[in-house]
Design a protein around this ligand. Structure first.
Ligand code: IPD
Length: 288
């Protein structure tokens, strides 16, 4: 059976618009917010309501496909090779709760665990990123990604000229925290010759928006050690279609699983340093 990816893409964009209305008319408050595994892992009634709307719409239209959502995830139902919608109703929940305008709905569709359609929509800034496998990636339907300066994308020659995203995540103790801290410290430091290791470091607070910023070319690389499939699925295909690459967060992991946790996203850089060389340069900072 052949799957109409364009139809799925259009349905996901329609759902993103509906979700955007709910999200922008909501009134989350810092003091009425619940947490999941610890007090920095936030969830609101809106995350749950949006996921329920999305899953109802998708299950009604595509009853044979699986649905995998952040708020209803259970380890008893791991991802399979089946066509699967992989959804984060609100990625960047902490930003959402604080009114910091950097959160989005992330709607991905994967076959054989490979992302083939992605829609990421930040309703606060009316920014829509979307892609279908083999058909390019776009900002607000018509602007191709990556974005260009004039008619070209500047080549990236090394990490010392890069703007990089790293995230704090919600895991703030144990080995995961140590690795994060090491990566921030190593990349943030000035070299012995006085030069900066990177131009600077950003944390947008949403994995999907970080990946889309890399696909756009406005961030050069993004590294995170604690993601979930719903954080990366939609952004991944948008990045790939823009000419970027998604690899693992740890040394040697060139072909990470969609539920693999640690990732490095690299922007396209025609004529610049090879993307894999940039990754290897970054990995050296992850484990010291
Ligand atoms: C989180 C955000 C955050 C990232 C975490 C994610 P959520 O998603 O994307 O930036 O650091 O790894 O889990 O909880 O806001 O949907």
């Amino acid at each position: 059976e052949s799957i109409d990816l364009k139809e799925i893409h259009d349905v996901l964009i329609d759902i993103a618009a509906e979700a955007g209305k709910v999200i922008t008319s909501s009134l989350p408050t810092i003091n009425s917010t619940d947490s999941k595994k610890n007090s920095s892992d936030l969830v609101t009634e809106y995350d749950k309501a949006v996921e329920s709307m999305v899953s109802q719409r998708l299950k009604a239209k595509y009853p044979d496909y699986d649905f995998h959502g952040e708020e209803t995830y259970s380890p008893d139902h791991p991802l399979t090779d089946k066509p699967t919608f992989i959804v984060d109703p609100i990625d960047g929940t902490t930003n959402f709760v604080h009114g910091f305008p950097s959160s989005c709905i992330s709607l991905g569709f994967a076959i054989n665990r490979k992302p083939v359609v992605g829609v990421v929509y930040n309703a606060f800034t009316s920014t829509l990123y979307s892609a279908i496998k083999g058909q390019g990636a776009f900002l607000n339907h018509t602007t191709p990604l990556p974005l260009k300066q004039g008619d070209k994308l500047e080549a990236l020659d090394g990490l010392d000229k890069a703007l990089i995203a790293l995230e704090w995540g919600s895991e703030r103790s144990g080995p995961n925290w140590e690795t994060k801290l090491q990566t921030f410290a190593s990349l943030g430091k000035t070299r012995e010759n006085g030069g900066a290791m990177v131009h600077s470091i950003r944390s947008l607070g949403s994995a999907a928006l970080n990946i889309c910023a890399v696909a756009s070319g406005v961030l050069d690389l993004y590294w995170e050690g604690g993601c979930w499939a719903w954080d990366v699925c939609a952004g991944w295909i948008i990045l790939e279609e823009a000419g970027g690459i998604m690899v693992g967060g740890n040394k040697g992991d060139w072909d990470p699983a969609i539920d693999g946790r640690a990732y490095t996203a690299v922007r396209p850089s025609p004529g610049g340093k090879g993307q894999k060389e940039l990754v290897e340069e970054l990995w050296r900072h992850v484990h010291g």
